[in-house]
Design a protein around this ligand. Structure first.
Ligand code: PMP
Length: 313
């Protein structure tokens, strides 16, 4: 008897981002800024002190504390991940079972549905409105009607660049009984975070990443913030040494330099304004796009029927 892949596994393909040597990769939403020299020197020193023959700290305590200090929250509510991608996978694996229902509000980050599919979780999708905003009432109704087990969405959203006001997010969380996973990957660029109140909710996990505003995409570092009950599950469900020592060291250094990171953030926002202004200018002059969406992230969504052609050129 030969081993046979299931039909689900036969259809799987590896994640293939657009590759190539571009100064700015407009699709990856990374930071374009080089590493600060002082940070580089501090990291080099810290790197030389890592005991490479030892496993990393399983709870990544130092970097969790630095993250907590940076954002003014309690480190007891923080779990570190190998990028927030890993945390999405851990949450789906731990909190949902085969046959459970995950609600996503499309368009949104593709990995929510990907990990759910893999786990045999049923993915329900609801469309955003004509301006690509989340209709909170519609989400609440769907959760109740379909007995959804978890709602997962990004705020601000990738790929739309739109943000939901804090009050609306609170209304969603408090109107449903299910788990709400609020992915704040781009919240450094916006103002409506719920990070400081995460522990007040019994059904909320907030995800943050260091890959965007903090410019750490290469080392893979993300965090989940939730009340102690949910945090206990997250820490128990993740693989023991999920964040390697190099990442823990680099993250600790970067998160110790809030002023530098705030200055970098201002530069990214200025550059985003420049890009947005130029795209709107092109649109007004040449009518070359269908729509240029306003943004509260570090990227701009442009609607065009010529997307493939523009990518090739
Ligand atoms: N959430 C959203 C909304 C994202 O856009 C991304 C990265 N593209 C992630 C999570 C994953 O980030 P990380 O690099 O921390 O895995």
């Amino acid at each position: 008897m030969a081993y046979q892949l299931s039909e689900k596994l036969k259809k799987m393909v590896s994640y293939e981002p657009i590759s190539g040597d571009y100064a700015i990769r407009l699709d990856a939403n990374e930071s374009f800024l080089p590493v600060d020299e002082e940070i580089k020197a501090e990291f080099t020193q810290k790197l030389s002190e890592i005991p490479f023959n030892r496993y990393p700290d399983p709870l990544a305590a130092e970097v969790c504390r630095k993250f907590a200090d940076y954002y003014g929250i309690n480190a007891d509510f923080v779990t570190a991940g190998n990028g927030s991608d890993e945390l999405i996978s851990v949450i789906i694996g731990a909190f949902l079972s085969e046959g459970d229902k995950l609600l996503t509000v499309m368009p949104d980050f593709s990995m929510y549905g990907f990990y759910a599919d893999l786990t045999g979780v049923t993915v329900l999708t609801q469309e955003k409105d004509e301006n690509l905003n989340i209709d909170v009432d519609a989400v609440i109704q769907t959760v109740q009607r379909e007995k959804v087990n978890c709602v997962m969405f990004s705020n601000p959203c990738n790929p739309t660049g739109q943000g939901l006001p804090r009050e609306e997010v609170r209304r969603l969380i408090t109107s449903v009984d299910c788990l709400v996973v609020l992915d704040e990957a781009y919240m450094d660029f916006y103002t409506e975070s719920l990070l400081t109140e995460a522990e007040q909710y019994d059904n909320l996990i907030i995800l943050r990443t260091c890959s965007k505003a903090l410019g750490l995409a290469a080392v893979r570092l993300g965090f989940a913030v939730a009340n102690p009950t949910l945090t206990t599950v997250l820490r128990a469900a993740k693989s023991p040494y999920n964040v390697n020592s190099v990442t823990q060291a680099y993250g600790s250094v970067v998160l110790s330099h809030k002023e530098k990171e705030q200055a970098a953030l201002a530069q990214i926002l200025a550059s985003r304004e420049e890009l947005y202004g130029a795209l709107v200018g092109m649109q007004e002059k040449y009518h070359c796009f269908e729509r240029v969406y306003p943004t509260v992230t570090n990227f701009v969504l442009v609607e065009t029927s010529r997307a493939k052609e523009l990518l090739r050129n």
